[in-house]
Design a protein around this ligand. Sequence first.
Ligand code: DGL
Length: 265
Amino acid sequence: MSDQRPVGVFDSGVGGLSVLREIRARLPHEYLIYCADSGFAPYGSRSAEEICERAFFLSQFLLQRSCKALVIACNTATAAAAAPLRQQWPDLPIIGMEPAVKPATAATRNGVVGVLATVGTLASARFAALLDTFGNDVDVLTQPCPGLMECVERGELDTPATRALLDSYLQPLLQAHADVIVLGCTHYVFLRSLVQELAGSDVRLIDTGAAVAAQLERKLIAASALALPQRPGNESFWVSGNDAHMDATLQFLWHEKAFFTLLPT
Ligand code: DGL
């Protein structure tokens, strides 16, 4: 039996589109509803309580639209809200994400790994637990990146200002000879080419978008909730905050004609 109900995906803004494209590639028949909470971004500088409140609001919105699974396409929101959301809806598949510290520590050749993430992610108990488990035999250097997600929200993936800001965050990691860098925020995945250019081709970049899509597929199979190939999937996009440039950023990052609808308040 085919389950035509949608999959709900949310992030503090357009960063989660980097996860959405992995989901679309892996599950071409699913109907995906994406919420960008740009009116309340950045999450990186908000308290865990504020992020939780937004995560519940967005999840309720998505569940009202009969979503069969939720994907938290945001490392910061996962750290703050995945546990309470799972507690609230224990039977719902809820897929979260965390910086790829585990694969990075396995991939490093010289034992130095850098993590680019938000202030909120790096300060979270969840991240501390991740370091406790995987950061013992390897130097894991963390770099908070205030202002970087805003560059992506504006669609400025390679302007002089974005370059300068990103370079200032990369330098401490490169000077410490990190040979693997974790893109620990879904927004930064859109800056991958620039990070690679600034860090050099010897540095390996890791993110978790594809792993999240694979995990969603596993959960849908386990729940017998996959949409079968009867018709192609599609997407709808919702946004909080009435910013005129958001449609342009969406189309630039999604590579298709697509429009945001304003989320109810
Ligand atoms: N995209 C988000 C993440 O993966 C956070 C960006 C923000 O709102 O600060 O962590």
